[in-house]
Design a protein around this ligand. Structure first.
Ligand code: PLP
Length: 413
């Protein structure tokens, strides 16, 4: 098990107060906090060997290149990818998915084809496919949500057809916390010749993920949700899908030879990394991977299972509070969304902030799912390695206090 109290010491920001109270940070699905070792990796780069990569012969450039590629190797191993050539550094999950939509999709998705998504996708894994559908004349189809907020797989045979070119789905829902059976869906999709993209923004930071075990063709995630800085993300691509993909952005670094009228493309993965990459943040992502591996991803998962169970138990006692997501902790990540009837989640979020408690309130970039759940928005607490049961107690007390306040205000109005 993780020792969250000890882990907290590694995160400088957790020492601060907000509105005169110790910070209780429960917005980890939006972005995680950063440990000292990640911040140090950034400072060491800028103070010690700041330089461009893959283009210099001087010592600093050689060192920066080595550290940049070392980070790629760490991330490759972290997700069980067979080769560093299949690991493309991008800005975030959104850019990774757009890369696939702009490069793979035009060559593989045609009029009348289907792109199968789920009803719980983040806008990042919905809007790019709406654009592909508009451009190509393909149709979007959806695996529906079941009553218990898992995917209704009894409908898979109906929605997954011989016309399905791509199945693009989230591994873990950022609203419901549902862990989707990606491996099973990928197997069914491959049997029909479809390609599979996994949005792993909420899974790679929180549990062991092995791309070869999942057997997905694409896997996308963001560094900032897993202790690394903002501005660095990853796209993994399986072979031979990768070999058939044309470049995304064009310019320096992604070329091998250039003439005035044409150019040839660089080797993998640099073919997909045009221009100067995000060197510092990639190296810091490597440091974040080291840190998480030191804790053990299975321990990270178990810690969140425990906190989520503890939270659900406490919240189910509250009157007029609807909880979303599966009850079964085996298929649920560390995300707890809820709706307190009669109180807008934004008001709740503001009231909790006054107590130093940071939760997320809003549509969580999943507007169609909000409509499906029949709520304007939800409040969401989401956990990570440094959260404790004491913090959950503070959340629950704060909620009770806020709900009492709002019911009083409503009665007087
Ligand atoms: N997919 C899911 C499931 C997410 O939760 C998020 C971010 O919250 C994203 C995609 C987009 O991530 P980013 O904003 O880092 O691109």
């Amino acid at each position: 098990m993780l020792d969250a109290r000890r882990i907290r010491e590694d995160f400088p920001v957790l020492r601060r107060e907000v509105n005169g109270r110790p910070l209780v940070y429960l917005d980890n699905a939006a972005t995680s906090q950063k440990p000292r070792c990640v911040i140090d990796a950034l400072v060491e780069y800028y103070e010690g060997y700041n330089s461009n990569v893959h283009r210099g012969v001087h010592a600093l450039s050689v060192e920066a290149t080595a550290r940049y590629e070392e980070a790629r190797a760490k991330v490759t191993a972290f997700i069980g990818a067979p080769s560093h050539e299949q690991l493309i550094f991008v800005r975030n999950t959104t850019e990774a998915i757009n890369l696939v939509a702009r490069t793979w999709a035009p060559a593989n998705v045609h009029e009348g084809d289907e792109i199968l998504l789920t009803e719980m996708e983040h806008h990042s894994n919905l809007v790019p496919w709406q654009k592909v559908a508009q451009d190509t004349g393909a149709h979007l189809t959806f695996i529906p949500l079941a009553e218990d907020h898992t995917l209704d797989l009894s409908r898979l045979e109906t929605v997954l057809t011989s016309r399905t070119r791509l199945v693009a789905l989230t591994h873990v829902s950022n609203v419901l916390g549902t862990i989707n059976p990606v491996k099973e869906i990928a197997r069914a999709a491959h049997q029909l010749g479809a390609t599979v993209l996994v949005d792993a923004a909420q899974s790679v930071p929180h549990m062991p993920v092995d791309v070869q075990d999942l057997d997905c063709d694409f896997l996308a995630f963001s560094g900032h949700k897993m202790c690394a800085p903002t501005g660095i993300g990853v796209l993994y691509v399986k072979r031979p899908v990768l070999d058939e993909m044309g470049p995304f952005l064009h310019g320096g670094e992604m070329v091998k030879e250039v003439w005035y009228d044409h150019a040839t493309w660089n080797d993998l993965p640099l073919r997909f990394e045009a221009g100067t990459p995000n060197i510092a943040d990639s190296i810091a992502l490597g440091a974040a991977v080291d840190y998480l591996q030191g804790l053990g991803m299975e321990n990270v998962r178990q810690h969140e299972v425990q906190l989520t169970g503890y939270t659900l138990n406490a919240l189910k006692e509250l009157e007029d509070v609807t909880l979303f997501g599966p009850k079964d902790l085996n298929v649920r990540g560390g995300v707890v969304s809820f709706y307190a009837h009669g109180v807008h989640p934004h008001d709740l979020g503001t009231a909790l902030d006054k107590l130093g408690i940071a939760i997320r309130a809003g549509h969580h970039c999943a507007m169609p799912l909000m409509r499906k759940l029949n709520v304007p928005a939800t409040a969401r607490a989401s956990f990570y390695i440094y959260n404790t049961e004491e913090e959950v107690d503070l959340l629950v007390d704060g909620l009770k206090q806020s709900l009492r306040f709002f019911s009083h205000v409503t009665r007087r109005a």
